[in-house]
Write a protein that binds this ligand. Structure first.
Ligand SMILES: NC(=O)c1ccc[n+]([C@@H]2O[C@H](COP(=O)([O-])OP(=O)(O)OC[C@H]3O[C@@H](n4cnc5c(N)ncnc54)[C@H](OP(=O)(O)O)[C@@H]3O)[C@@H](O)[C@H]2O)c1
Length: 273
């Protein structure tokens, strides 16, 4: 299978590239700035905000599958317009599209959300991800849209780096006890996305971990795994702050799990408890 990973230089993108290569796929990948130190794929510079650039690259590569893991949290154009440009290019090349979305499309008012839940974003990032979903669905009705939650690895994610910095006093701030998500391991997520890519499933899928944990519990699990003093992690409540975004969002993945062979472990399991 010829796979194009858009945003291949990102945290999830690098895992997708690695697993695709290990599975024997022909892999091309994109970065916005600089290709990472990862040999194997053909690297291409790509700015998804440029519709023509995206179309030209996808036409030149002729991939069977495009997986879009590119985004920039504070940039509507990269996250929303860029997703539409990738969908247009995939549709015109006849490639299957797997688009990565987020639990940030939900407000948290309902706490638990399944694949039939309608987005009700309350912050700019969630609104851009919801707009991207709408564009992808309209342009590529057969695409998979995979909503996920906090992506954790074996040390390399931004979330793990922040916990280490907080636990060692290199950073100030707190981990919220009332902000709850269903973190997923990057290896499980990438495997699930590749499994969905080679299936004929379409539409919204929820691809998150089995455990709902607060940011503070997640930090504690990471600190313990890394041999750090979890008691040193500062805690606090997010409710009452003026930070934009939802408090408690739990992706119900029941329907997606029934379709997948890939196990989506919970944070308590993959972080060692
Ligand atoms: N991280 C999480 O906890 C989390 C949670 C829920 C959902 N998600 C979703 O998961 C996906 C991947 O997240 P991630 O954490 O792997 O992201 P990441 O590490 O920040 O990587 C983002 C990727 O997008 C690329 N990019 C940014 N702006 C671009 C542009 N204008 N044109 C082309 N490429 C651009 C970056 O390229 P450069 O490396 O060159 O800058 C990088 O390859 C995203 O769709 C995100 O919304 C993430």
């Amino acid at each position: 299978m010829a796979v194009l990973v858009v945003g291949g230089s990102g945290f999830l993108g690098r895992e997708l590239v690695g697993q695709s290569l290990a599975a024997g796929h022909q892999v091309a990948a994109t970065c916005l700035t600089q290709p990472p130190d990862l040999v194997g794929p053909a690297w291409h510079a790509l700015d998804v905000r440029d519709r023509r650039q995206v179309a030209d690259l996808v036409t030149a590569i002729e991939p069977d599958v495009v997986i879009n893991a590119a985004y920039r949290k504070a940039d509507w154009s990269s996250t929303a317009d860029g997703a539409a440009h990738v969908a247009l290019a995939a549709a015109s090349a006849g490639a299957r599209l797997v688009h990565v979305s987020s639990d940030a499309v939900f407000s948290g008012a309902a706490v638990r959300y399944d694949e039939t839940s309608v987005p009700d974003p309350i912050a700019p990032y969630g609104a851009a991800k919801a707009a991207a979903e709408t564009a992808v669905t309209a342009i590529c009705p057969d695409a998979v849209i995979a909503r996920t939650s906090l992506i954790i690895g074996d040390g390399g994610s931004v979330h793990e780096q922040r916990v280490r910095a907080l636990a060692t006093g290199r950073m100030s701030g707190v981990l919220f006890t009332d902000e709850v998500r269903c973190p997923v391991h990057v290896a499980d997520l990438a495997a699930a996305l590749l499994e969905l890519a080679s299936s004929d499933h379409a539409g919204i899928h929820h691809v998150a971990g089995a455990d709902a944990v607060s940011r503070h519990e997640l930090g504690t699990l990471i600190a313990r795994r890394d041999g750090l003093d979890a008691a040193a992690l500062p805690s606090g409540r997010r409710a009452g702050t003026d930070l934009p975004g939802p408090l408690d969002v739990r992706l119900d993945c029941t329907a997606t799990r029934q379709r997948l062979r890939t196990e989506l472990r919970g944070a308590r399991q993959f972080l060692g408890h």
